[in-house]
Design a protein around this ligand. Structure first.
Ligand code: NAD
Length: 514
C-alpha cells in the first residue's frame, strides 16, 4: 500500500506531459523540449510522474541566470549567506516527514532511511552555516619593511552538480550548501529517476530568502549534462554517479578547463578476522549489505571471511537474517528493505544472480521471485547471498548495486588486505576484529578512501570529507568538510606596502625581506 502525499508532484498528467519541471531563476519552468522521462513508484511499478528534459538552450538559460545572480550573492557578507542556509535548515527539518515520503515514493527506500539521508544532508548545511569562521584567511604583518601579507579564499562563480538516484536529497546537499555558503551560484542536474525532492529543496531555499538565480535545477539526461560540461560560463563541476560516467565527466570537464570532482562506483569489502564477534559482524553485515536494497555507494557488497571455520560460522549466522528481511514498500512502517529503483535495474541485478551461478559461486539465499503481497508489479528483489565467491568472478569484480552479498574466503589477514587493495574500486572498507594491532595495520595499509574499524559503513561526518581512491574518484578534492571549502573557492594572496618613507626609487633585484 502506498500513500499519495503530494498529488501535484505525484500524479502523472493524463495528456502525457511532464509535471516535474525545471527551476530556473526562481521560477518553475516546463521547458520547450518534448523529451521527458517517466518517474516510477518502484513499490507499485506505476508511473508517478514525468520529468522534463532540458535542451542545450535551457542549460544556457540556467547558466545565464546563475551568472547574473553571482555578483550580488558573492558580495553578500558570509554571515548573511549563512543565515539563509540556517533558515533553510530549519524548514527542511520541519518538512522532514513529507520530504522523506516523497523520497521513499520515488526511490523506494524505507521511510526511516529516507529521514536518515535528510539528516546526513542537513549536517552539511549545519557545517556550511559556520562559513564566516571557515572562510577566515591568514594575515602576517611586516613580512618585509612596511609590507604585510594576507591570504583568503574567494568563490569560483557558477558551479554545477550532477547527482545520482540513490540519495536524491543527501548527495545534492553534499554539494550546494557549501558551494552557496562560499558565495558561488549553483545549477543542480538531479537524477531523472527520482527528481521531485530537488524541486522541493529549491522551493525551501527560495522561502528561506535565497535570491533568484542563485540555485537552479535543470532536469535532463546526457544532453543537459553535456551542455553543462562544455559551457564556458561554468567554473567547476561536482559529479556523483557510476564510474564510466564519472570518468567521462572528469575528462570532458577538465578538457574544458574546469575544476572537477567526480565520484564513481564502489565494491566495499568488510573483512572479518577469526577473533571477531560473529553475531555482531552478521548484524552489521545485513544492515550494510541490504539496507536501501544495496543501492548505496558505501554498501558492503563483499565480506571477506578469514579462515574456513569463520566462513562457515558467518554464513550460518547470515542465512536466517537474510531470509527474514522485512521487505515491502518503503512507505509502510516497519520495513527494512524496499524495491529497486526501476524495472531495468531489477533485471540487471537479477541477471548477476545467473552470472554468479554460472561462474560457480554457491547461491546460499536466492532472493529472486520474491513477491510482496499487494505489490506484484513492484521492483522487489529479495536478499541474495553467495558463498565461495572468487576474485576472477564478475559478481566479485563488478558493482552490482543491489541486495547481493558475496562471501569470499581467504586464509589470513594478509590475503584479505591484498584482495581489497587489488580491487579496481577504493571507496570504503571495514575490518571486524578485537585485535587492535591487526586493526591498526589494516587502517595503515588499506588502499581505500574511507575505513571502518568495527563500523560497517564508515561514512565521514560533514566536517570531515567524503571520497574514495582508485576508480572510485576522479579529481583531487573530496566532498564536504575542509575539502569542500577548498573545492568551491580559489586562493588569493595579497602583499601590500604602506611606505613610511618617501618614494624609495626603482628596485631591480628580487624583493626579499632583507
Ligand atoms: P549514473 O552514473 O547512471 O547517473 C548519475 C548522473 O549522471 C545522473 O544525473 C544521470 O542523469 C547522469 N548520466 C547518466 N548517464 C550519463 C551519460 N552517459 N552522460 C552524461 N550524464 C549521464 O548513476 P546512478 O545509476 O544514478 O547512481 C548509481 C551510481 O552512483 C553507482 O555506481 C554508485 O556507486 C554511484 N554513487 C557513488 C557515490 C560516491 O560517493 N562514490 C555516491 C552515490 C552513488
Amino acid at each position: 500500500m502506498t500513500t499519495n502525499i503530494n498529488p501535484f508532484l505525484r500524479v502523472a498528467p493524463a495528456d502525457g506531459s511532464a509535471n516535474v519541471h525545471h527551476y530556473l531563476n526562481g521560477q518553475f519552468y516546463a521547458g520547450t523540449s518534448r523529451r521527458l522521462a517517466e518517474v516510477y513508484n518502484p513499490a507499485s511499478g506505476q508511473i508517478s510522474g514525468r520529468v522534463a528534459f532540458a535542451t542545450k538552450e535551457e542549460a544556457d538559460q540556467a547558466v545565464a541566470a546563475a551568472t547574473e545572480a553571482f555578483p550580488g550573492w558573492s558580495a553578500l557578507p558570509a554571515v548573511r549567506r549563512a543565515r539563509i542556509l540556517f533558515r533553510f535548515r530549519e524548514s527542511v527539518e520541519k518538512e522532514k516527514n513529507r520530504l522523506a515520503l516523497l523520497i521513499s515514493a520515488e526511490h523506494g527506500k524505507v521511510l526511516e532511511d529516507a529521514k536518515g539521508e535528510l539528516v546526513r544532508g542537513l549536517e552539511v548545511v549545519e557545517f556550511a552555516c559556520g562559513i564566516p569562521q571557515l572562510l577566515k584567511g591568514e594575515f602576517s604583518e611586516q613580512v618585509s619593511t612596511d609590507v604585510d601579507s594576507c591570504a583568503f579564499r574567494q568563490p569560483l562563480g557558477v558551479v554545477a552538480g550532477i547527482t545520482p538516484f540513490n540519495f536524491p536529497a543527501m548527495v545534492p546537499m553534499w554539494m550546494f550548501p557549501i558551494a552557496l555558503a562560499c558565495g558561488n551560484t549553483f545549477i543542480l542536474k538531479p537524477s531523472e529517476k527520482d527528481p521531485s525532492v530537488s524541486i522541493e529543496l529549491a522551493q525551501l531555499l527560495s522561502d528561506a530568502g535565497l535570491p533568484d538565480g542563485v540555485f537552479n535545477v535543470l532536469h535532463g539526461d546526457k544532453e543537459a549534462v553535456d551542455a553543462l560540461l562544455n559551457h564556458s560560463g561554468i567554473q567547476a563541476v561536482s559529479f556523483v554517479g557510476s564510474t564510466p560516467v564519472a570518468e567521462y565527466v572528469y575528462r570532458c570537464s577538465t578538457a574544458a578547463g574546469k575544476r572537477v570532482q567526480a565520484l564513481g562506483g564502489a565494491k566495499n569489502h568488510l573483512v572479518v578476522l577469526p577473533d571477531a564477534d560473529v553475531a555482531q559482524a552478521a548484524d552489521a553485515l545485513v544492515g550494510a549489505a541490504y539496507g536501501s536494497a544495496g543501492e548505496r555507494c558505501m554498501a558492503v557488497s563483499v565480506v571477506v571471511a578469514v579462515g574456513d571455520r569463520l566462513g562457515d560460522r558467518l554464513v550460518q549466522e547470515l542465512v536466517p537474517r537474510v531470509k527474514s528481511l522485512k521487505i515491502g514498500s518503503g512507505e509502510v512502517e516497519g520495513k527494512e528493505m524496499g524495491p529497486l529503483i526501476t524495472r531495468a535495474h531489477f533485471d540487471r541485478v537479477s541477471s548477476y544472480i545467473d552470472v554468479g551461478i554460472q561462474e560457480g559461486a554457491t547461491l546460499v539465499v536466492d532472493g529472486r521471485h520474491w513477491v510482496v503481497p499487494g505489490s506484484a508489479s513492484g521492483f522487489f528483489l529479495g536478499g541474495c547471498l553467495f558463498d565461495n565467491v572468487r576474485p576472477p568472478m564478475r559478481i566479485y569484480r563488478e558493482e552490482i548495486f543491489g541486495p547481493v552479498l558475496c562471501v569470499v574466503r581467504v586464509n589470513d589477514a594478509g590475503a584479505a588486505l591484498k584482495l581489497v587493495n587489488e580491487h579496481e574500486f577504493g571507496n570504503g572498507a571495514s575490518i571486524y576484529t578485537r585485535d587492535g594491532v591487526a586493526a591498526r595495520a589494516f587502517v595503515e595499509q588499506v588502499k581505500v578512501g574511507m575505513v571502518g574499524v568495527n563500523v560497517p559503513i564508515p561514512v565521514p561526518m560533514a566536517f570531515y570529507s567524503f571520497g574514495g581512491w582508485k576508480r572510485s574518484l576522479f579529481g583531487d578534492h573530496y566532498m564536504h568538510g575542509a575539502e569542500g571549502i577548498r573545492f568551491y573557492t580559489k586562493l588569493k594572496t595579497v602583499t601590500s606596502r604602506w611606505p613610511r618613507t618617501l618614494n624609495p626609487g626603482a628596485e631591480f633585484v628580487m624583493p626579499t625581506a632583507n
